[in-house]
Design a protein around this ligand. Structure first.
Ligand SMILES: [Zn+2]
Length: 227
């Protein structure tokens, strides 16, 4: 989960894989950070909750935020995302979303899942790629859409400075091409989260070479995994 603070809004990206407030007090944690920020800024801000995509391990905590004061939880369907971020031309259009002196860019990237988005913070130059691109198994649901989305991301990185590309999971170990078993709760020597533009370009090149045939392919720090 990632939290971005602006002068008018806070934007929380994803609410994790756990619903229960007792074992996973996400709302309390985020509220405490925002309260502290509001004291510093001497003004109240709105919390907006959005998601990288509609998979249960990214929105399980939504219930903790629904109905809370000054809080908006954006829905999980493409139409909800289009409406909230004012994207008229999905998935081609990249839009700005202003948190107040902090512009986020919202980039539609369907393929892993139909309502996947990437988010770029113009302040830190961090690019969030959800489950579309991270050091692990890149599950591809819609091969053609995924290829086009990776092309869109590469083009974006050509035109925008990138400090880090951060996805939402780590499934690769520090040994090239070796991942942990699905569901493993112990990850000794796991790879670090950030990936680079070069890694993203390596993915794009492989997808182009594989053409229209969804194919599993192991790379140094990610695995193309059609499903
Ligand atoms: Zn996912």
């Amino acid at each position: 989960m990632f939290l971005f603070l602006g002068q008018n809004k806070a934007l929380l990206i994803d609410t994790g894989a756990t619903k229960e407030e007792e074992s996973f007090p996400l709302y309390d944690t985020v509220s405490a950070i925002i309260d502290n920020w509001e004291k510093q800024q001497k003004k109240e801000i709105e919390l907006v909750v959005a998601h990288t995509h509609k998979h249960g391990d990214h929105y399980a905590g939504d219930g903790q935020f629904k109905g809370k004061p000054n809080t908006t939880v954006i829905g999980l369907e493409v139409e909800d995302i289009q409406k909230s971020f004012k994207i008229s031309n999905w998935p081609e259009e990249i839009v700005d979303y202003d948190l107040g002196n902090r512009i986020m860019k919202i980039i539609p990237i369907p393929g892993h899942q139909a309502s996947s988005i990437a988010l770029y913070d113009t302040s830190t130059k961090i690019l969030l790629t959800g489950d579309t691109f991270y050091p692990g198994r890149l599950y591809v649901k819609d091969w053609n859409a995924f290829k086009i989305s990776i092309g869109r991301l590469v083009k974006f990185t050509d035109n925008n400075e990138i400090s880090n590309i951060l996805g939402n999971h780590i499934e690769m170990s520090t040994t090239d091409g070796v991942d942990y078993k699905m569901g493993a709760t112990y990850h000794p020597k796991e790879q670090k989260l950030p990936l680079t533009v070069e890694d993203l370009k390596a993915l794009q090149l492989s997808l182009n070479l594989l053409g229209n045939k969804p194919t599993r392919q192991v790379h140094k720090n990610f695995i193309i995994y059609p499903n």
